[in-house]
Design a protein around this ligand. Sequence first.
Ligand SMILES: Cc1ncc(COP(=O)(O)O)c(C=O)c1O
Length: 436
Amino acid sequence: MTNAETKMKFDNSRRLHERANTVIPGGVNSATRRLPGPSSWEWAEGAYMRDVDGNTFLDYHAAFGPIVLGHNDPAVNRAAAEAMQGPDLMGIGISEAEIRLAEKVVEHVPCAEQVLCFNTGSEATYMAVRLARGVTGRTKLIKFQGTFHGWHDYLLMNIASPADRIGRQDPGSAGQLQDAIDNTLIARLNDLESVEALIRENPDQVAAIFLEAIPHNIGCVMPRKDFVEGLRRLCDENGIILVFDEVITGFRHGLGGFQSHIGVTPDVSTMAKAIANGYPCAVIAGKRDVMRHFSTEPGGKVFVGGTYNGHPVGVNAALATIAALEDGTIHERTFRLGDKMRAGLAEIAERLGIPMISAGFGSVFTPYFMEGEIKHYEDLLRNDTAKDIGFRQGMCDNGIYMLPLAIKRNHVSAAHSEADIDRTLDVAETVLKTLV
Ligand SMILES: Cc1ncc(COP(=O)(O)O)c(C=O)c1O
């Protein structure tokens, strides 16, 4: 938080951040947690969170998406605590809970015939890369401008690129191997011809196409159905593995992920975040014919390992989260609240004459401060960044937390009420009026 005009004080947060700065580079444990002002938290429950200075916020950040049921969901916490009654970490064999989780993923996710369990989304997408290369014997990957798939060298490229880096090599970090960068090709969202061209230019060299099922790392740019069907066809024709990264969309947008909405089944899918409502758990799921190449299978040539894979706490939390989602009422409700939010924001912006596209899907909403069609990443360059951040900061200053960075998504959880949405829209109107 930065706005000195609000009544909120951030002295305790500031003190903690100063202390953290000495022993933790930048004072935070993930670069995406570094914001213009300090924030440290002492309490979170349902849709609300309170910082160490006693400021309470209605939360739409949802920790970048895992919180789908609400913070500290009692059933999920109970399941996590129960895991601590049994064996902790054995490091050999398999538990019944791990089998049940794999069975649940197979039951619900269209591409899933077999499943492996990790702790983070980055581990899952990394393993998907290695699997695709191991299975096809090829090295190149295609990803899209604007998508994010985790922190590893292979796919950390061309996310929120500036205009002059769009479509050209735009690595996300110093220290990435040039070889990894050279082997990752960048295509354009919703532009099948751009994918066809890369496949043509790199005959029999492309191992996998990675699609963030909905590119939510740039808010919400919807993939067109014919585009995704086209990817499926191109992969089939060219022996390429189609990977849907459903780390955000999996379980948040339905038990079957976005693939069950769009009706296109990838070969492999990665899921994390909402699978366990805030506990560390991630999976890679795919067709047996591909998954059998992992070295967990005798003779499998694609090495996979991990001391904490299938950790009982994360697995139990995932089972409880999936159980809560299974009768469909939570998705029905969060989608309805998401619709209400999107429609409400669009109506206010139109009434005030503020150019806005109230984008989103299901429980995710992203107001872009622009007009016209959004089909490709570069369309987002028309977004009015100052207005976007001004709106979010204004919401935060009024106790409604929307990450104060441009083109970020917001999340509704099962713990948000109709009254929360109404209050959010009232505050949004007040804040938007200041931006006219
Ligand atoms: C689509 C997508 N894939 C992968 C990841 C990496 O997941 P994690 O942060 O759990 O490593 C993220 C994280 O935000 C993501 O949004």
